[in-house]
Design a protein around this ligand. Structure first.
Ligand code: SF4
Length: 495
C-alpha cells in the first residue's frame, strides 16, 4: 500500500491518545454480481473501519463506465449520503480504507487507484507494503513513468502498464512477480473481480458469498455486516478470478512458507473476525490465559486497557481466578475532529479517551492487561491514572512479546529507535512506565496460545513475528539498498 514504510513516523496529530499503537494500514473489499454492489461495499468498509480511518474510496463499473468516489475521512462521514452511493452504479465494486501518516493524507493517495490501459480500465486497492516499492518506482520513473501518488499501489499500476503480455491477469501476475512484499489486493476490470494474496499470506483476505454474489474482504466481520456467508480464506500465493462463470483459483507465484501476521490476532483484526481458521476474540483470550500461566502475580483485580486489551484480560482473569473488572472506561465518542493539533490539549489525550473507574481500583492491587507496548507513552499515562485512582500496586501484563522491531509489511510503526523495547530491557521499561512489575508473554507462549504446543520453533506454519523477533520473512529490499533518503524526497515533492 504506501511507499514510505521506512519513514520515521511520529504520533498521529489527530489521535486522542497520542496514537501509541501499531496501525494496520488498510482494509479492502470487493463485490461481484449484486445490484447493490456499492451500498454493500460501503457497509463492508464500515465494518473494516478499524483497518484505516484516514480515507476511503470505492470504484464501481456499469455499462461501459467506471465510477469512482474517494474521500479523506471515515466511511460514515463520506458514504452515508444516498447520492454518493447512487453515483456508484453497477453490480461490481471494490473499496478501500486507508490509514496513512499525516504528510500523506492527500486525495491523490486515496484508493482504489484507477487507470485506463490498452486492455481497458482497471481499479486496484491494496493492503500491505512492497518492500522493493521505492526501487521499482525509481526504475519506472527512469523509464518515463509519471507518478501521481506516493502509493506503491501505483507502482503496480505502472508495472501492469509496462508488461508486454496481453491478458489482464497475466499482466497483473507479471507485475506482482516483480514486487517483493506483503499484499492482499483486490482489482476490478469491466467484467472480472480479482483477489490476490502474497505468497507468504502476511495480510488477510477472505472470500464470501451473498446469494449469487461473491465478496472479497480483509476480514470476516465485513461479510457478517451484509449477511454474507464465509466461504474460505484466500490462500497465500493464491489469485482468484471472479466472473459470470464463477470463481477460478490459480497459484501463479513460486511457493513460499506461510507467514501470516500474528499481530492481526493480537491487535489489528476485529475480535469477531475469523482469520485462518481462528476466531480473533478466542485467540486473544487464550493469549491472556497463557500470559497468566507464564507471569502470574498476586493481586485483587484484573483490569483491561480497553478495548484491545479486554479479551486478553478476560483470559488472564479466568486462568488465575482473580476478578475481572472494567476499571478503565473508554469514551467511544472521542472523534478525530475533537482533537486540535496543539500540544496544550494533546497531552490530555489519555484522559479524553480513558477514565479510571475509581470504585473498582481504590485500595486494590491491580493487574493491568494491554495488548502491546509501542513507545510506552500511553502506558505511562494510564498507569499514572490508575495510581491516582487509589491503586495500592500496579502490575502490567502485556499480551505480546516486547515489540522491538519495526514492521515493513503494511503496518504503520515508529522507527525502531522509538520503540521502548528496542532500547530497554524489561526492568528499565518497568521503571519508565512506573509499575510494580511488568511482564510480557514469551514468543513461545504466544505460539502455544495459537495452538502450537511446542512453541515457535516447531510451529508449522510459522507466523510473521518480525516485530518481536527481528526475523523478517520477506527481504527489506529498499532498506537494504539504502533507499530511505530518496523516498523522503519523493514524498516531499508530492504532498
Ligand atoms: Fe505483523 Fe510481521 Fe508486521 Fe509484526 S512485523 S506487525 S508480525 S507483519
Amino acid at each position: 500500500m504506501k511507499l514510505p514504510s521506512i519513514l520515521p513516523v511520529g504520533p498521529q496529530p489527530n489521535s486522542p491518545v497520542g496514537d501509541d499503537r501499531f496501525h494496520d494500514e488498510c482494509g479492502v473489499y470487493g463485490v461481484f454480481g449484486h445490484e447493490d454492489a456499492a451500498a454493500h461495499t460501503v457497509l463492508g468498509l464500515h465494518a473494516l473501519q478499524h483497518r484505516g480511518q484516514e480515507a476511503a474510496g470505492i470504484v464501481s463499473y456499469d455499462s461501459g463506465q467506471f465510477h469512482s468516489e474517494r474521500f479523506l475521512g471515515e466511511v460514515a462521514e463520506n458514504f452515508s449520503a444516498q447520492d454518493v452511493i447512487d453515483r456508484l452504479h453497477g453490480s461490481v465494486a471494490i473499496g478501500h480504507n486507508r490509514y496513512s501518516t499525516a504528510g500523506e493524507t492527500v486525495l491523490r493517495n486515496v484508493q482504489p487507484l484507477f487507470a485506463e490501459f490498452a486492455f481497458g480500465g482497471l481499479a486496484v486497492a491494496h493492503n500491505g507494503n512492497l518492500t522493493n516499492g521505492v526501487g521499482l518506482r525509481r526504475r519506472l520513473v527512469r523509464n518515463g513513468s509519471i507518478f501521481q501518488s506516493t502509493t506503491d499501489t501505483e507502482v503496480l499500476i505502472h508495472l501492469i502498464a509496462m508488461s508486454p503480455l496481453t491478458d489482464v491477469i497475466d499482466r497483473l501476475v507479471d507485475a506482482l512477480r516483480q514486487a517483493v512484499g506483503a499484499y492482499s489486493l483486490v482489482a476490478l476490470t469491466k467484467d472480472i473481480l480479482i483477489g490476490v494474496r502474497d505468497p507468504l499470506g502476511v495480510r488477510p483476505l477472505v472470500l464470501g458469498q451473498l446469494g449469487e454474489a461473491m465478496i472479497l474482504a480483509s476480514e470476516t466481520c465485513a461479510l457478517d455486516i451484509i449477511g454474507a456467508e464465509f466461504v474460505r480464506d484466500i490462500s497465500p500465493g493464491e489469485l482468484v478470478v471472479i466472473d459470470d462463470s464463477g470463481v477460478r483459483s490459480m497459484f501463479p507465484f513460486p511457493k513460499s512458507p506461510e507467514r501470516f501476521c500474528v499481530f492481526e490476532y493480537i491487535y489489528f483484526a476485529r475480535p469477531d473476525s475469523v482469520i485462518e481458521g481462528a476466531n480473533v476474540y478466542e485467540a486473544r483470550k487464550r493469549i491472556g490465559a497463557e500470559l497468566a500461566r507464564e507471569n502470574g502475580v498476586d493481586a485483587d483485580v484484573v483490569i483491561p486497557v480497553p478495548d484491545s486489551g479486554t479479551p486478553a484480560a478476560m483470559g488472564y482473569a479466568s486462568e488465575t481466578g482473580i476478578p475481572f473488572e472494567l476499571g478503565i472506561i473508554r469514551n467511544h465518542y472521542v472523534g478525530r475532529t475533537f482533537i486540535e493539533p496543539s500540544a496544550s490539549i494533546r497531552h490530555l489525550g489519555v484522559k479524553l479517551k480513558h477514565n479510571a473507574n475509581r470504585y473498582k481500583i481504590a485500595n486494590k492491587r491491580v493487574i493491568l492487561v494491554d495488548d502491546s507496548i509501542v513507545r510506552g507513552t500511553t502506558s505511562t499515562k494510564i498507569v499514572d491514572m490508575v495510581r491516582q485512582a487509589g491503586a495500592t500496586e500496579v502490575h502490567m501484563r502485556i499480551a505480546s512479546p516486547p515489540t522491538a522491531h519495526s514492521c515493513f509489511y503494511g503496518v504503520d510503526t515508529p522507527e525502531q529507535s522509538e520503540l521502548l523495547a528496542a532500547c530497554n530491557d524489561v526492568d528499565a521499561m518497568r521503571k519508565m512506565i512506573g509499575v510494580d512489575s511488568l511482564a510480557f508473554i514469551s514468543i513461545d507462549g504466544l505460539y502455544r496460545a495459537m495452538g502450537h504446543t511446542a512453541g515457535r520453533n516447531d510451529a508449522l506454519p510459522q507466523y510473521c513475528d518480525a516485530c518481536f523477533t527481528g526475523d523478517y520473512p520477506i527481504p527489506l529490499t529498499d532498506r537494504e539498498d539504502g533507499e530511505a533518503p530518496q523516498q523522503l524526497s519523493l514524498l516531499a515533492e508530492s504532498t
